[in-house]
Design a protein around this ligand. Structure first.
Ligand SMILES: Cc1cc2nc3c(=O)[nH]c(=O)nc-3n(C[C@H](O)[C@H](O)[C@H](O)COP(=O)(O)OP(=O)(O)OC[C@H]3O[C@@H](n4cnc5c(N)ncnc54)[C@H](O)[C@@H]3O)c2cc1C
Length: 607
């Protein structure tokens, strides 16, 4: 996988967007919109092919100017026979910057509204999958920034139509390789359509060898021919999503899954043992949301990056969310850490509005306080109140929240699951169950085999009006977040289940504050501090458990969110809902494998 993404540079040749790097134009000189309609939509039998389908998935090679997407989105909106959701997955090695995309789109005023919505969600040029929920969540665009040869094997989807765009085979031979056609065959539903503007021999041969039956048809504009193809097999309708899912736990994990399911038309019954949502780890007064960087761009870094960027896009649509993108400044704890961060930042070379290096003077200016270290500044990161996040997610229509409903037992039946409390009363009947009850997943499923470890964490709220100059989150070995009652966190106390706040933990947090902002922690009367303790459910690899539980049909888990659950929950909720509903997944297959609930059993089986 690429570790950095080089954006496309916008150039025009005779008024047509042109790539000097590939020596090719982005669309026909006879008109981009006409070409998109003729070659790709008509070539794939659209809009007829999506009529009556609950969801329809298109895969495109080469997002380019995004014109094929805009034309498809507009056609989908205009079609009364469309299904509930359109998935559009598109791979792009050199995405345009948002401002260049906006300039390009200005020439197609008919799509101005759609283009503006796309621009508002457009991700920065960083590698990986980016899921954009557009049109109120009815159009899900999964942008895969990277090489097609790396990204396509990572896509977990069943595709109904392929738009084979991208620069011509003689200009971009790397794309049109046998491996591409093999991937199309892996992803294709039986009877899937494919369309492309080129009739080059190797393309026809590659498609034919992969199981597509090709046909030439009249080309667009000056082109004599273009190509349509159909994958072997009869077209199938696709799986129906479950009608009703019981979700155990109303913290961020459960609320996010319920929200994503309800958005897909599945009724979610959320069962929470306490009298209100977000009373466990998700009940902290504020949580920091931010990405991380690492030299090897490891899986935790990639998951956190994708989730953080997803939060930035998705949270804007939530009513009543209490959050701020005030920026997070992460100071190096010592010279060794500073060297490590510098190397990682050099390797990732992210856009500066995602992460940038700041020397000590600038760090002091950002902190409004003299600090003793340089560090990394994440301008769009910040804090969020997790209870407001849970409330916003649970407010989605189609969610039934049952409080004081403590799940004690699950029973599988021929038509799904029956969920009971300790008295034997039935709490819910459902087609599927999602266990989103943090460490307590082990109580309900003792044979899960998950080595969940409890890590107690206490945060400390300072008296009202403290640190009035603090405007951003400042982190070092811990963090402090601004607010009427600034928050300092957090302790890590292993295998300690005591939830009563402790003066010793508050004192440890004050020591953290002192290390972050020297001199700022003095003079606090311990009696004015307000501590809150909760448990982090943590796996040895610090990654969550997400997916189907092996050996139990229609049973899923979303737990073990450790120290980053507030950042991760939204994207993981989307991923699990897509898994349940049989829709394209928003995360790379290797990340899904890395969080799979079966991963701890595998080495044993291999022996
Ligand atoms: C001190 C501290 C600081 C943190 N700071 C951050 C941060 O800055 N940023 C960040 O991203 N993350 C942070 N985290 C991590 C984050 O808070 C957690 O990962 C996240 O809240 C976990 O959410 P959850 O829904 O899995 O668990 P919880 O919020 O604990 O929710 C689980 C729910 O399941 C319910 N439940 C349990 N058993 C049953 C049952 N049998 N029947 C019905 N309901 C049941 C519980 O009552 C609870 O409501 C922090 C955690 C701690 C402890």
């Amino acid at each position: 996988m690429l570790k950095t993404i080089e954006p496309a540079s916008l150039q025009l040749r005779d008024g047509i967007p042109y790539s000097a790097a590939y020596g090719d134009v982005y669309h026909s000189a006879d008109g981009g919109t006409g070409q998109a309609r003729h070659v790709f939509l008509q070539g794939c039998g659209l809009p007829d092919a999506w009529a009556g389908r609950p969801h329809f998935a298109i895969l495109e090679t080469g997002f380019g100017t995004g014109l094929n997407f805009l034309v498809t989105w507009a056609a989908w909106r205009a079609d009364p026979a469309r299904g509930a959701r359109l998935h559009f997955c598109s791979v792009e090695k050199h995405p345009f910057r948002a401002e260049d995309l906006a300039r390009l789109h200005a020439q197609w005023p008919a799509f101005a509204g759609l283009s503006a919505e796309l621009a508002a969600h457009w991700p920065p040029a960083v590698p990986g999958f980016h899921r954009l929920a557009l049109d109120g969540g009815r159009v899900l665009l999964t942008l895969m920034f990277g090489e097609a040869a790396d990204c396509l094997p990572q896509l977990d989807a069943r595709i109904d139509a392929f738009y084979l765009d991208g620069f011509a085979p003689d200009r971009n031979a790397d794309l049109w390789q046998p491996a591409l056609f093999a991937e199309l065959a892996r992803l294709a539903r039986p009877g899937a359509a494919a369309a492309t503007y080129t009739v080059a021999g190797p393309v026809r041969q590659g498609l034919a060898e992969a199981g597509f039956v090709c046909d030439k048809r009249a080309g667009y504009g000056r082109k004599r021919h273009c190509l349509v193809a159909r994958f072997r097999g009869e077209r199938e309708a696709g799986r129906c999503p479950p009608q009703r899912v019981a979700v155990v736990g109303a913290g961020v994990a459960g609320a996010a899954v319920a929200h994503a399911l309800a958005q897909r038309g599945t009724e979610a019954v959320v069962l929470e043992r306490t009298g209100a949502p977000a009373q466990g780890a998700s009940g902290n007064p504020a949580a920091v949301f931010r990405p991380v960087i690492s030299r090897d761009d490891n899986r935790a870094t990639r998951l956190t990056r994708a989730a953080f960027l997803h939060d930035l896009r998705a949270w804007r649509a939530l009513d009543g969310l209490d959050w701020a993108t005030c920026g997070v400044l992460h100071l190096a704890k010592d010279a060794e850490a500073e060297a490590r961060y510098r190397v990682a930042l050099d390797a990732a070379a992210p856009p500066p509005d995602y992460a940038r290096w700041v020397e000590r003077d600038e760090a002091s200016a950002l902190a409004n306080w003299p600090v003793t270290a340089a560090g990394v500044f994440y301008p769009q990161a910040g804090w969020v109140v997790p209870q407001s996040l849970c409330a916003a997610w649970l407010a989605q229509g189609g969610i039934a929240l049952k409080l004081n409903a403590s799940v004690a037992r699950l029973e599988a039946g021929p038509a799904g699951w029956r969920v009971f409390d300790a008295t034997g009363a039935v709490l819910a009947d459902a087609d599927a169950v999602v266990l989103a009850n943090a460490r307590d997943v082990q109580t309900l499923l003792p044979d899960g085999g998950w080595p969940i470890h409890d890590v107690r964490g206490q945060i400390t709220r300072l008296p009202a009006g403290s640190l009035p100059w603090l405007e951003r989150v400042i982190a070092r070995e811990g963090y402090c977040a601004p607010g009427d009652r600034p928050l300092v966190g957090a302790t890590y106390e292993h295998d300690d289940l005591d939830l009563a706040p402790r003066a010793a933990s508050d004192a440890a947090n004050l020591a953290r504050l002192e290390s972050i902002l020297p001199g700022a922690a003095t003079g606090f009367d311990p009696a004015t501090l307000d501590g809150r303790a909760a448990l982090r459910a943590t796996l040895p690899d610090r990654l969550p458990l997400l997916g189907a539980v092996d050996g139990h049909a229609a049973l899923y888990v979303a737990a073990g969110y450790a120290s980053r659950g507030v950042v991760w929950a939204g994207l993981l909720g989307e991923a699990l809902a897509d898994r349940l509903c049989g829709e394209p997944l928003p995360l790379e297959a290797d990340l899904l494998a890395a969080v799979s609930p079966g991963r701890f059993a595998r080495p044993l089986r291999g022996r």
